[in-house]
Design a protein around this ligand. Structure first.
Ligand code: ARG
Length: 461
């Protein structure tokens, strides 16, 4: 018979039984479910709601179940619907009457909410570690390439020179925000709904602070209706993971461009590329493309749950059982993407000569040429127009700015002197950009330092 079978006189239809069950996906919360029940039982014993002997028997029984689940000795069943009722049934089968006292002053509604918070809290720690690994790989490449000049782009048109380190460190900054965003999310998640009961709390003299403390939460949630209805923490995590995937996807897109023959800024390691079944010459960036592709799936997980939640009256509704599959899918997808992405970035070979050659074309030093005139006293807007005329002059003759003779340059402005050639060199254009956050070596070194500190802080935090 069902745990809730008392008021029923018929068996559940077998299709309904399977339709209703969530055990095939919520079984992954077995540890959290048992941990939550242990804390609840201990609190019930401490508050004199059940005897200390019963509380002890429950704890022992649950520990045995945990060990058996981990040893693969237990088969959960859809007849017990979800992880909560599977564990409770197993417990009662093992220890008898004491097991039947566990659910005193508790509902599956607060139970599932606490389990999911415990579970996602743990996943956040794991994902954070993986992001830190990726930032480390980015930093290792950046350290090697602080003087490697590459074109910086806007509109995918060559704009101003940067270093490869500077470009990579922009991704480092994005990933650093992902780390702190997940930490914020974890902090708001770390509130305990246990003791909210079905929706309206309980008449038993429970101690919600004790269970919150035992489970490592910062406090019990303040409103019992909210405690069982709130899924903001799931949505926030899905939001944070969607933003993280968006970052990986943009990075992936650049990797795909960079390893094309049109760019050839990098060469992927053979271990991180794939071949074609028909074209013998091909070496494809499948890893980057798949990360870009999986981003859509994580966005879908977020949109799905937002839509599920939007019309639900307070408090618990069965619709909310639909929270787990998307968030588990998003968590698993992210955990699968991050390590391969990290391996790809760590092992890619950078081709500085090609980056430099690309940076040398496209009038990437035009702003610097205007700045040169400005520093000699010409108003910037006039200098801008003068250099625009020079670029026009050059394109007609197939020349670059630095290939013009001093006479040609002076034809536009008498302010040009011999020192202009030095000012137009790629080294100067990149290396003199020492403004805070810029590409100059001193500045990329500072950014590397900053991210190294963040890794330190969050690895041990
Ligand atoms: N399996 C349910 C879920 O995942 C647990 C809570 C069920 N509560 C209820 N009253 N049906 O949401």
């Amino acid at each position: 018979m069902k745990l809730w079978g008392g008021r029923f006189r018929k068996e559940t239809d077998s299709l309904v039984n399977d339709f209703n069950a969530s055990i095939h996906f919520d079984c992954r919360m077995y540890r959290e479910d048992i941990e939550g029940s242990m804390a609840h039982a201990r609190m019930l014993g401490d508050c004199g709601i059940i005897s200390r002997e019963d509380a002890e028997a429950i704890t022992q029984g649950l520990a045995g179940i945990l060990a058996d689940v981990e040893a693969g000795k237990i088969e959960f069943t859809a007849d017990n619907e979800d992880i909560h009722m599977n564990v409770e049934s197993l417990l009662t089968a093992r220890i008898g009457a004491a097991g039947k006292r566990l659910h005193t002053a508790r509902s599956r509604n607060d139970q599932v909410a606490v389990d999911l918070r415990l579970c996602l809290r743990r996943e956040i720690v794991e994902i954070t570690g993986q992001i830190l690994d990726l930032i480390e790989a980015v930093l290792n490449q950046a350290r090697e390439h602080q003087s490697t000049v590459m074109p910086g782009y806007t509109h995918l048109q060559r704009a101003q020179p940067v270093s490869f380190a500077h470009h990579l460190l922009a991704y480092g900054a994005q990933l650093a925000r992902d780390v702190t965003r997940l930490a914020d999310c974890r902090q708001r998640m770390n509130i305990c709904p246990l003791g909210s009961g079905a929706l309206a709390g309980t008449t038993y003299p429970i101690d919600r602070w004790e269970t919150a403390r035992l489970l490592g939460f910062d406090a019990p949630c303040s409103n019992s209706l909210d405690g069982v209805s709130d899924r903001d923490y799931v949505l926030e995590l899905l939001g944070a993971l969607s933003i993280l995937m968006m970052h990986l996807s943009r990075f992936a897109e650049e990797v795909i461009l960079w390893c094309s023959w049109e760019f050839k800024f990098i060469e992927l390691d053979d271990a991180y590329a794939t071949g074609s079944s028909i074209m013998p010459q091909k070496k494809n960036p499948d890893v980057a493309e798949l990360v870009r592709g999986k981003t859509g799936r994580v966005y879908g997980d977020l949109m799905g749950l937002l839509t599920t939640m939007k019309g639900l009256p307070l408090a618990y509704n069965k619709d909310m059982q639909e929270d787990k599959e998307p968030v588990f899918d998003a968590v698993d997808t992210v955990k699968m993407c991050l390590p391969v992405f990290t391996g790809m970035i760590a092992s890619m070979r950078v081709l500085p000569a090609n980056m430099r050659a690309a940076a040398a074309g496209g009038f990437i030093n035009a702003t610097d040429c205007a700045d040169y005139l400005t520093k000699k006293g010409m108003p910037f807007r006039d200098a801008y127009t003068a250099v625009g005329n020079l670029v026009y002059y050059c394109t007609g003759r197939g020349k670059l700015l630095e290939e013009l003779t001093l006479e040609e340059l002076r034809g536009i402005s008498p302010l040009f002197g011999e020192d202009v050639y030095e000012a137009l060199s790629l080294e100067a254009c990149m290396g003199q950009r020492r403004s805070f956050g810029g590409p100059a070596v001193e500045e990329t070194a500072r950014q590397i330092e900053e991210l190294t500190k963040l890794i330190e802080e969050y690895r041990h935090g």
